[in-house]
Design a protein around this ligand. Structure first.
Ligand code: SAM
Length: 288
């Protein structure tokens, strides 16, 4: 087998994990393009889908499929070609492979076989949505897709509810209404929901609503329920029952001291629970 990778300045016996556009082809960076043009073969979630991207950029690489149902066999093929000194790439239909997409098991197998895996970072729907959401929480948890069935979805949300961070979900159009209804039913009504739809595409929209109003907003217009969605929910409000005096004390101390010290002192003086003060301090810092 003749290898093109080395000639293209790529590493040999290495797998490049390449993020591809969510919709706007202009988001494929120079490095991603060079890698896709230079590798010996590209493992694709759907070869026909990726072929359109490659054709747009005049890239004539060999492709083969690597999806949920053939991932183990496709990983063996990757490893065989890596043993022969190949430079290979892995892509999914859109965004970053292995993030709520096929690829994670193949990457694990390639790494376990001792080969280098090199990320070529780029588009990712969750990070794109968060970056434009306006949420100021300092931490977030990326959950990906919630369970499809209502009972399991509600159980998952109940477990996520107390976490002191924003939550980020992927959702499909046929489940968006049920998912938003369950978010509103399980989480505190005061939390904000940012619905990011069709990012980087013609009908991109990003709206920020109180969670309690989101179901009615979606129901009001069928267009609001079309396309691909990321849902970002703000972190929970500070623990109920926190005395106003403790909050004021924390704010004063935060202005003068590092966060941990301010929380410790506020807890000692006010007697309010340290964990709740800590979460409140984090949310205050995030809003600065
Ligand atoms: N690996 C991809 C990434 O890095 O974002 C995600 C793949 S996952 C199978 C597909 C889901 O990502 C969609 O159902 C939707 O929730 C989200 N998504 C993908 N493209 C999007 C877009 N243009 N706008 C909003 N959400 C999108």
């Amino acid at each position: 087998m003749r290898h093109r990778g080395a000639g293209a300045g790529l590493k040999t016996s290495a797998l490049y994990v390449v993020a591809t556009p969510l919709g706007n082809l202009g988001d494929l960076g120079d490095r991603a393009r060079e890698v896709l043009a230079g590798v010996d073969a590209i493992a694709c979630e759907d070869t026909r889908h990726t072929r359109k991207l490659l054709d747009h950029f005049g890239i004539r690489a060999e492709t083969f499929s690597l999806h949920e149902h053939n991932e183990a066999a496709a990983a063996e093929r990757l490893i065989r070609q890596l043993r022969e000194g190949g430079s290979l790439a892995l892509v999914s239909d859109a965004g970053t492979p292995a993030v709520s997409d096929p690829g994670a098991r193949a990457v694990a197998a390639v790494r376990a076989a001792g080969f280098e895996v090199i990320p070529v970072p780029g588009p990712n729907a969750a990070v794109a949505a968060l970056s434009a959401s306006g949420l100021t929480d300092p931490h977030f948890l990326f959950y990906g897709f919630l369970p499809a069935k209502t009972a399991a979805r509600r159980k998952a949300l109940a477990a996520l509810k107390p976490l002191p961070c924003a939550l980020v979900f992927y959702e499909a159009p046929h489940r968006i209404e049920e998912a938003v209804a369950d978010l509103a039913a399980e989480l505190e009504p005061g939390r904000r929901l940012v619905i990011a739809r069709e990012l980087t595409k013609l009908f991109e929209s990003i709206v920020d609503l109180p969670l309690a109003e989101a179901a009615a907003w979606l129901a009001a217009d069928a267009d609001r329920r079309r396309g691909e969605f990321v849902l970002c929910v703000s972190a929970p409000p500070p623990a109920e029952g926190m005395p106003a005096e403790a909050e004021r004390m924390l704010d004063t101390l935060l202005a003068e001291l590092p966060l941990k010290q301010a929380v410790k002192l506020a807890a000692e003086i006010s007697g309010a629970p340290k964990n709740a003060l800590y979460d409140l301090a984090l949310s205050r810092k995030g809003k600065e």
